[in-house]
Design a protein around this ligand. Structure first.
Ligand SMILES: [Zn+2]
Length: 254
């Protein structure tokens, strides 16, 4: 099995190659987890990781490959013109249109995740943010936005720019009538925020179908957000999922 590059976010990598390998391993694991959680919908969905050297290039899944099959060696590198510069397979036009503009607008963002997961897209149809009804959803309190428009499949970078503008400085956006989008300072963080945001959509749909959820007070929601919603908390929450998926599906590292 290839060696796993496992360093906490505060530690420095020995070389850009080591950091690239680290990001690609986390990215491949992220796709396997998206598959395991059932976030696939045909060929929709993408997670990107900025290259540590070529900062306007990103690694992404090949268009048309199932999340559950993605290995490190399958990942493709896309430049700022949308051209595949490493790898044989094509890039999803929507992945380029959305993610290139987010990576450009947010230099702090290393990774961005989007898919058409069932609870995320269901909630997105309401065109509103999530309420602070559980401890977990407080990670998004005053830290997510709604892209309150829908204009078809996003293939135009101008539309990607509008989504990046709606995202603002937040860690997540709800794309109306479409699905969820999350970002992070690490792949680990972006993938974790996606998983927990999808489950938060599920929790609010369940709770509000059974009754009237009691809201956590703003001050307490803000405090909880600072506890469960930090960059480190997001990174840390991903670690057991990474360990589990690598143990179950070690070929993802190939
Ligand atoms: Zn989409």
């Amino acid at each position: 099995m290839p060696e796993i590059v496992k360093l906490p976010p505060s530690m420095k990598f020995e070389s850009p190659e080591q950091e690239r390998t680290h990001r690609k391993q986390r990215l491949a694991a992220g796709f396997r987890l998206f598959s395991k959680f059932g976030f696939d919908e045909g060929v929709a969905g993408h997670i990107t990781a900025r290259d540590p050297e070529r900062l306007d290039h990103f690694w992404v899944n090949p268009f048309g490959m199932h999340f559950g099959h993605v290995r490190v060696s399958d990942l493709i590198l896309v430049n700022h013109h949308g051209e595949v510069v490493e790898g044989e397979m094509p890039v999803n036009g929507a992945a380029f249109a959305i993610h290139s503009q987010i990576h450009a607008a947010r230099p702090d963002v290393v990774a961005a995740a989007h898919s058409h997961s069932i609870y995320g897209k269901s909630w997105s149809a309401l065109g509103r943010t999530l309420d602070p009804i559980t401890q977990d959803v407080c990670a998004f309190y005053e830290d997510h936005a709604v892209f309150d428009d829908y204009t078809g499949v996003v293939l135009d970078i101008e539309e990607g720019k509008r989504i990046a503008h709606a995202l603002g400085d937040n860690k997540a956006a709800i794309l109306r009538n479409h699905g969820l989008l999350t970002v992070g300072q690490s792949v680990d963080e972006a993938v974790w925020w996606f998983i927990t945001m999808e489950r938060s959509c599920q929790a609010q749909i369940l709770a509000s179908s059974a009754g009237t959820p009691i809201l956590i007070e703003p001050e307490m929601a803000r405090l909880t957000g600072s506890q469960v919603g930090s960059h480190l908390a997001g990174w840390f929450s991903f670690q057991p999922l990474f360990d589990r998926i690598v143990r179950e599906q070690p070929d993802l590292l190939d």
